[in-house]
Ligand binder design. Structure first.
Ligand SMILES: Nc1ncnc2c1ncn2[C@@H]1O[C@H](COP(=O)(O)OP(=O)(O)OP(=O)(O)O)[C@@H](O)[C@H]1O
Length: 210
């Protein structure tokens, strides 16, 4: 079943065309990794897929309410505790349980701490845990591992794999290998997009993500 289908998409930022010729079909369990140099248009593409800005050309087809977007900002309410932040988002997205989200990103011991008193990596973990309570199948992730230490990257990779295993899907802009051997890679260059290869496991990979 297709969760997100994109045909010949062109996107722009600040009035300038970023990338064009983007086509892919994401099914349940599918992951697409966006690669490309700084400024090429990965964020612009994700923002367009999330409906945060209009497309220039092409077609985006997604089921209604299928998409959850995690951008550069963690989107936290600083005065609310970690648990209250998750409850806030859960109520907006339909009342999903927050316990699994706290567990998935190792936040149980920080549940009662206000978000403003979390470290950068802890805030990022909370921002990513938010995805779990949305209950949405398609995760659009913009550099999700920024500020995460090695163990937290592994936690997040596990959470993402579990999401895919449950029939979810993800589009991920990342400069690091996330340990998703089944992921397709979309290399973005100026004004073009090229499907190249699947993500491979580098030597020694299992030490971090196994
Ligand atoms: N708010 C903005 N207004 C105008 N132009 C912008 C804005 N934000 C980004 N741009 C420009 O749009 C182009 C695409 O930027 P984008 O953030 O999509 O790239 P990226 O591939 O995600 O980069 P990075 O790897 O550095 O995160 C860049 O040339 C950038 O300078």
């Amino acid at each position: 079943m297709s969760l997100l289908a994109v045909r010949d998409l062109a996107v722009a930022r600040g009035g300038l065309r970023a990338v064009e010729g983007v086509s892919f079909n994401l099914e349940a369990g599918g992951a697409l990794v966006l690669r490309g140099p700084n400024g090429v248009g990965k964020t612009t593409l994700l923002r367009t897929l999330a409906g945060l800005q209009p497309l220039v050309a092409g077609v985006i087809e997604a089921a209604p309410d299928a998409i959850a977007y995690a951008g550069h900002s963690d989107g936290l309410k600083p005065a609310l505790t970690a648990a209250e932040n998750l409850r806030f988002w859960s109520e907006i997205f339909g009342g999903h349980d927050i316990a699994g989200a706290l567990e998935a990103m190792n936040l149980r011991d920080l549940a009662e701490r206000p978000a403003h008193a979390l470290s950068a990596g802890q805030k990022r973990r909370l921002g990513l845990a938010r995805l779990m309570v949305t209950g949405r199948p398609v995760w659009l992730l913009d550099e999700p591992t920024v500020s995460l230490d090695r163990d937290s990257v592994a936690l997040f990779a596990g959470m993402l794999r579990a999401h895919l295993g449950r029939g979810g899907a993800a589009v991920i802009a990342t400069h690091i290998e996330l340990g998703l051997p089944e992921a397709e890679i979309l290399e973005l260059g100026p004004y073009r997009a090229t499907r190249t290869r699947r993500e491979s496991r580098p030597a020694g990979f299992n030490e971090v993500f196994g």
